[in-house]
Design a protein around this ligand. Structure first.
Ligand code: C2E
Ligand code: CA
Ligand code: CA
Length: 679
């Protein structure tokens, strides 16, 4: 049922009111027309009434006039005056004497009827009839005067017009009511039902409700609106489904994306809670993917990711899910697990698939991955905690020789410690708590200082903490970039001081992978050399072998730019990586630094050193052996023609004052270091 207020605001009510008002107006207009029509018709009626009265009364009036019978004349007057339209009667004899005269009393008429009566042509109301007797010589016997009442006629017309008008209004009212009823039933109610239906449409699932048109509506406008709305909701639903699919899918690998896999993990946790199962959460990250991307291009990287996704999907059963978190990170959720050994079995399966080479764009590629594993419920009760634990474990796997590692609470402690060190390092840089130590490099044969390596130390109270204890953390956090510029600047400042003192001793500076990846690294290096007016040939950058091999083409470009500045490049920790001779010939470098491990190593290492030394000689590269601790080592290296030596046997890294005191007096003031260049 409609309430009064909603009825009044309904379309049906408005329509019904319009019908009522317009038909009332129409009724008034029709009544006016009728009034005018009747007015003109009335004049004819007057003539007919006059003829009728004269016809009826002529005989008796003539007789009364001929006999001069006043009594009879009075009777005639009475009968004529009884006619409703007659308001005046007069009968005269032939000489003009009045035999009878009557006038009806004037009726009180309304303004309207008075006005209408006034409009009549009054001459037409009066009958002046000469009376005669047929048998007389002179037939004229008298005159009959009868006047019709204009007021009566006017009232007659008005009352009939009024009744037409009233009837019209009544009829309009009834029609309006019927119209209202029908239109409420056929228009307002369906529209309200339609509005209710729209209210109940579930925005998340628009096609879940349908509106069926009544049979009579099927072909009308409302039926069409309903039909179109249903079609629209279907379309909307389809579009929403597509959107949902896109929102949950990783467009590259078509695996579930981060949101979708996290919600799968949430579901699996709920399942496992009620079934008392375990859930294995595997955080997987490809090894050296960035290098693959950089060296072989993003298209290649994308194809590799697709291939990896396919292989990983092949390792899963119906209780396990995989999703891509972004970049080269995947998350695998192992559900329905009863024992931890089942997780191990799955991990073994994944490891085996990675042992096979990947075939991408016609290229065979060996790609490893590191997996961190956390387990519900022992490591956490919600997805975010479990993912964080698995991520930490993955992080630890990266720096371990293993393919996977399970999360342990010690990992969190280690990360906490790392994070503390990281912020302490930032503070140390801001408070100028770093210092450079210098370790001399000696000529193998003459035992003279030929250069030095700058090694950073962290001043903590009276201690100088070794680089080995914090450089990895600085590297991981990216702080090494900032710290690296500090080292270059500090070393250059030292060089300029020595230059002023007319001492030209080269400094080797360790440069890390992150520094080399800096877009402006070459330019900023050049700016620093210029700022301190130092000769770039007095600078050597030491870059570890593994860094060089990671992205060979990119590295060749940067190293060429650096050498164009005039500085020297050496490969640090040489022998620990797997550089082939082919790589080495392509790299624009000046020197090789034999890793400490070989120098102090057993007979097998000696064979490696011999090979490296002869290879360097054939490539015309300078060789430096680091970590020389004994005279025996020194002699052996001299015997095998290593150019320069560095190690505790000569000196530990020392502060600049001690270095100057101990070594600079003996330092050359012309540069002889690195004289043997590549041809
Ligand atoms: P590295 O470049 O291989 O530097 C040589 C390391 O071996 C130094 O450790 C040095 O003190 C140590 N060493 C030198 N001779 C001997 C020896 O005869 N026996 C033994 N057992 N050790 C010797 P340090 O200063 O702790 O540096 C460790 C590593 O940290 C360096 O290895 C280098 O890779 C890195 N590092 C040091 N300073 C910097 C720096 O300013 N920037 C960057 N990026 N890395 C640096
Ligand atoms: Ca070094
Ligand atoms: Ca080294």
């Amino acid at each position: 049922m409609l309430s009064t207020s909603s009825l009044k605001s309904s379309i049906s009510y408005t329509l019904a009111r319009m019908v009522l008002v317009s038909s009332c107006l129409f009724g008034v207009v029709v009544s006016l027309i009728f009034l005018i029509f009747n007015f003109y018709k009335m004049e004819n009626t007057f003539r007919d009434i006059q003829t009728e009265i004269v016809d009826i009364s002529r005989g008796s009036a003539s007789y009364a006039a001929w006999t001069l019978d006043r009594q009879f004349a009075d009777q005639v007057a009475g009968s004529v005056m009884s006619h409703p339209y007659v308001d005046y009667f007069e009968l005269k004899d032939e000489v003009g004497n009045v035999l009878a005269r009557r006038q009806s009393s004037t009726v009180n008429s309304s303004y309207l009827s008075g006005w209408v009566a006034h409009q009549f042509d009054h001459s037409k109301l009066l009958v002046n009839e000469t009376l005669s007797m047929p048998f007389e010589d002179d037939p004229r016997v008298g005159v009959l005067i009868v006047r019709l009442s204009a007021n009566t006629a006017a009232q007659e017309i008005i009352s009939s017009s009024l009744s037409i008008m009233l009837f019209g209004i009544l009829q309009s009212f009834v029609i309006a009511c019927i119209f209202l009823w029908i239109s409420i039933k056929k228009i307002t109610r369906p529209i309200r039902m339609y509005a209710n239906f729209i209210d109940h449409v579930d925005p998340n699932n628009p096609a879940s409700v349908r509106l069926g048109p009544k049979p009579y509506q099927r072909n009308n406008e409302i039926g069409r609106v309903i039909h179109k709305t249903n079609a629209l909701l279907d379309e909307l639903s389809k579009a929403q489904q597509k959107l949902k699919h896109f929102a949950c899918t990783d467009t590259l690998t078509l695996l579930p994306n981060r949101n979708a896999i996290v919600s799968a993990l949430d579901d699996e946790i709920i399942n496992a809670e009620s079934n008392l199962h375990l859930v294995g959460v595997l955080f997987l990250d490809l090894d050296r993917f960035k290098n693959i991307n950089d060296s072989l291009g993003h298209d290649f990287g994308d194809k590799l990711l697709i291939e990896v996704a396919e292989r990983l999907s092949g390792c899963l059963d119906r209780h396990s899910y995989i999703g891509r978190l972004g970049g080269d990170e995947f998350l695998i959720v192992l559900g329905g697990i009863r024992q931890k050994s089942e997780i191990n079995a799955k991990l073994q399966l994944i490891e085996n698939t990675f042992k096979k080479e990947f075939y991408v764009s016609g290229r065979l590629l060996n790609t490893g991955c590191s997996i961190g594993v956390s387990v519900f419920p022992q490591d956490g009760h919600d997805s975010s905690v479990l993912m964080r634990c698995a991520d930490l474990a993955m992080y630890e796997t990266k720096s371990s020789p293993f393919f996977w590692r399970f999360y342990s609470t010690e990992m969190t402690d280690m990360i906490d410690a790392k994070m503390k060190t990281e912020s302490a390092l930032h503070a140390a840089l801001a408070n100028n708590n770093f210092i450079l130590y210098y370790q001399p490099k000696m000529t193998a044969l003459t035992d003279k200082v030929i250069g030095c390596e700058a090694l950073i130390r962290w001043k903590k109270g009276p201690d100088a903490i070794s680089a080995a204890d914090f450089i990895d953390i600085a590297e991981e956090s990216g702080m090494i970039v900032e710290l690296g510029y500090w080292v270059i600047e500090e070393a250059c400042q030292q060089l300029s001081k020595w230059q002023i003192a007319n001492v030209a001793i080269p400094i080797s500076i360790n440069v890390s992978a992150k520094q080399l990846q800096e877009v402006n690294f070459v330019q900023r290096s050049a700016d620093i050399f210029e700022k301190y007016h130092i000769k770039p040939c007095l600078i050597e950058y030491e870059i570890t072998e593994t860094v060089m091999m990671d992205n060979l083409d990119g590295m060749i470009l940067v190293l060429t730019q650096l050498r164009d500045l005039g500085i020297k490049i050496s490969i640090d920790d040489f022998g620990t990586g797997y550089s082939s001779l082919a790589y080495l010939t392509r790299l624009p470098v000046d020197a090789l630094k034999l890793d400490r491990e070989f120098v102090s190593g057993a007979q097998q290492s000696k064979t490696v050193i011999k090979m490296i030394l002869s290879m360097a000689q054939s490539l015309n590269l300078v060789t430096v052996a680091e970590g020389v601790e004994t005279q025996e080592q020194q002699e052996w290296l001299i015997d095998h023609r290593c150019d320069y030596l560095q190690g505790y046997f000569f000196s530990k890294p020392v502060c600049v004052e001690e270095f100057e005191k101990r070594f600079l007096k003996a330092a050359p003031n012309n540069i002889t270091y690195l004289h043997r260049m590549k041809n």
